[in-house]
Write a protein that binds this ligand. Structure first.
Ligand SMILES: [Fe+2]
Length: 136
């Protein structure tokens, strides 16, 4: 199922939202490929893309947290690091055993639920903080 962008996912911070939209676009590409029976190929591409993009994205958020003295920074960074650990486990499975449609499905399920939960709670909390800072 595709992820549709909605206000529930908006942090109110343009640079964060635009990178989240890119991540969602890629997850939707994986869904479309799975629907066409090409999940096996696309999941490898997806994992390759994520490796560099997610690091860049998390670093950008964490830089803003430091710059503005975000009080929930440690917990938020921990959540990012947990994601990276899980990501590495999926990557190892894909590179080790090779991609399969079952692995595409489990990777998609994990990515989708992690990202939606993280954006709608953890990132939105941070976005709210940034917007208050910017207004003050
Ligand atoms: Fe985040």
């Amino acid at each position: 199922m595709r992820i549709e962008w909605s206000d529930d996912l908006s942090t109110g911070v343009d640079i964060i939202d635009s990178q989240h939209k890119e991540l969602i676009k890629r997850i939707n590409m994986l869904v479309e490929a799975m629907d066409k029976g090409r999940g096996r190929e696309e999941v490898s591409r997806m994992v390759g893309f994520l490796g560099s993009y997610i690091t860049k994205h998390f670093n950008m958020e964490e830089r803003l947290m430091r710059r503005y003295g975000y009080p929930e920074r440690n917990a938020h960074v921990d959540a990012h690091n947990e994601f990276i650990d899980d990501y590495k486990a999926f990557k190892d499975r894909i590179e080790g055993k090779g991609a399969s449609s079952a692995l595409a499905t489990s990777t998609h399920r994990w990515l989708r639920s992690w990202l939606i939960d993280h954006i709608s709670m953890t990132d939105r909390l941070f976005g709210g903080f940034l917007n208050v800072k910017a207004a003050g």
